[in-house]
Design a protein around this ligand. Structure first.
Ligand SMILES: [Zn+2]
Length: 121
């Protein structure tokens, strides 16, 4: 049995306990001991931009997104926050390049469509 101790009163509490039976203070899971929550991973977003748009930038985003979870899991909160920022940056870069790419593509289609119509006259 892996018992924990209440950070407030020091009483021994079950590791599954949500509140301390002695003083009633709310107990947090071990990995949330400092009240830190895992920063946004950007994992879903980074995978989407990789599939729909820009592989190299998307991969950079996915690598950082994966780091968020692993660093947070190992207690490196600051590293997880850094990775989250990087993942967000690369996801946005890939997203905007994708938007520009689609815009250029549409422009190309319309330009040629217009030329074809003019030629048909
Ligand atoms: Zn307590």
């Amino acid at each position: 049995m892996n018992n924990m101790y209440c950070p407030n009163c020091g009483a021994e509490v079950s590791e599954k306990a949500v509140i301390c039976v002695k003083c009633g203070v709310a107990l947090k899971p071990n990995n949330l001991a400092n009240g830190e929550t895992q920063p946004k991973t950007w994992l879903v977003e980074s995978i989407l931009v990789t599939i729909f748009c820009c592989l190299p930038f998307g991969i950079a985003a996915i690598v950082n997104a994966a780091n968020v979870g692993s660093r947070f899991g190992s207690g490196d909160i600051e590293g997880a926050q850094r990775a989250s920022k990087q993942a967000g940056k690369w996801t946005k870069v890939a997203f905007w390049i994708g938007v520009v790419w689609v815009a250029l593509y549409l422009l190309f289609i319309f330009a040629f469509g217009g030329l074809a119509m003019l030629a048909a006259w």
